[in-house]
Structure formats: structure tokens, C-alpha cells
Design a protein around this ligand. Structure first.
Ligand code: FES
Ligand code: FES
Length: 173
């Protein structure tokens, strides 16, 4: 009879993903990235290095970007998780997704879900980031295709759009 490994018993994990209560089965050692992809079917979160280096697996946990390959599913119990699937409104892309498209900020797209989550957190923290601040904040996300220029441009585009919208509403007030 195989030896039982402590913490290997499956258990129910309940959390909120993209605003919807979800639950699934995980052991203590199930990675959040695997749980999202295999248990919940949210395959937009990609796995690259599985060592916390590339950023492809980034999701937001309670509003903060986190590498889901470095978190266990059980650590997300009761938390609010946002994945790339939660960004668009049906067929309508989020402003950041549209800006990535406008700026040719993706090629193969493998890194893109992680960049979108991290860049969204940056803009929430700093609505008017400089190029250097964008590059610094996104430095934990690796893209092997684009050379980053389009990604920085996309973030700047959304910052400018938000500033224009808030100036417009201040003028209309
Ligand atoms: S897959 Fe998680 S950081 Fe690379
Ligand atoms: S678009 Fe290919 S890795 Fe970034």
C-alpha cells in the first residue's frame, strides 16, 4: 500500500474568481496556477517557468499582482482572484487589452495575460507612470517577442485616456 503523504488529501477550496464564487478540489500542494487552469478551466493564466521568474502566471489576489505558480490553491481560500478572463466585458476588450492591440504589444501572446494583470495593478497604483516607472514595475514579467516598446506604449495610452476622461469630467462638473 502506498505511503500516505501528509497534506495530500483532496479538499474543497472556495474563492471568488472574476467576481463569481467558485470552488474546486485541491490538495495542500496544488499550485494556484494548476488549480485555475485544470480545476476551474481558466486557461488564460499561462505557465512559463513555474519558478516565479517569468510572470506569465500572474493573477491579482485581493487586488495585488501575484505569481500563481508560487502560491498554493489553498492559500486563495476566501480570497478575490482576478485572471485575464475577468478583464473583458463579454466581447468588449478592457481599455488595457485594446491598448495592447493598438500598440502591437503582443506577438505570440504567451506573456500577455501576466502583463495585463501587472500593468493594471501599476495603473491603479500610479495613474501617470513614466517610461522608467513602467519598465521597473513590469520588470518581473518577461516577453521574448516584443522588445517591450509596445507594452510601455500601451500602458501610457491607457494612462493618457484615463487622464483625458477625468479632465473631461472635471470640466463638465
Ligand atoms: S510561470 Fe509563474 S513566474 Fe513563470
Ligand atoms: S508576446 Fe510572445 S512572449 Fe510576449
Amino acid at each position: 500500500m502506498p505511503e500516505e503523504i501528509p497534506g495530500d488529501e483532496p479538499r474543497l477550496v472556495r474563492l471568488t474568481v472574476n467576481g463569481t464564487p467558485r470552488s474546486g478540489i485541491a490538495t495542500d500542494r496544488t499550485l494556484l496556477s494548476d488549480f485555475l487552469r485544470h480545476e476551474l478551466g481558466l486557461t488564460g493564466t499561462h505557465i512559463g517557468c513555474e519558478h516565479g521568474v517569468c510572470g506569465a502566471c500572474t493573477v491579482a489576489i485581493d487586488g495585488a499582482p501575484a505569481r500563481s505558480c508560487l502560491a498554493f490553491a489553498v492559500q486563495a481560500e476566501g480570497r478575490q482572484v482576478i485572471t485575464v478572463e475577468g478583464l473583458a466585458d463579454g466581447e468588449r476588450l478592457s481599455p488595457l487589452q485594446r491598448a495592447f492591440q493598438d500598440n502591437h504589444a503582443l506577438q505570440c501572446g504567451y506573456c500577455t495575460s501576466g502583463f495585463l494583470i501587472t500593468a493594471g495593478a501599476l495603473l491603479d497604483e500610479n495613474p501617470d507612470p513614466s517610461d522608467d516607472e513602467i519598465r521597473e514595475y513590469l520588470s518581473g514579467n518577461i516577453c521574448r517577442c516584443t522588445g517591450y516598446v509596445g507594452i510601455v506604449g500601451a500602458v501610457k495610452q491607457v494612462a493618457a485616456e484615463r487622464a483625458a476622461a477625468s479632465n473631461g469630467s472635471a470640466r463638465d462638473a
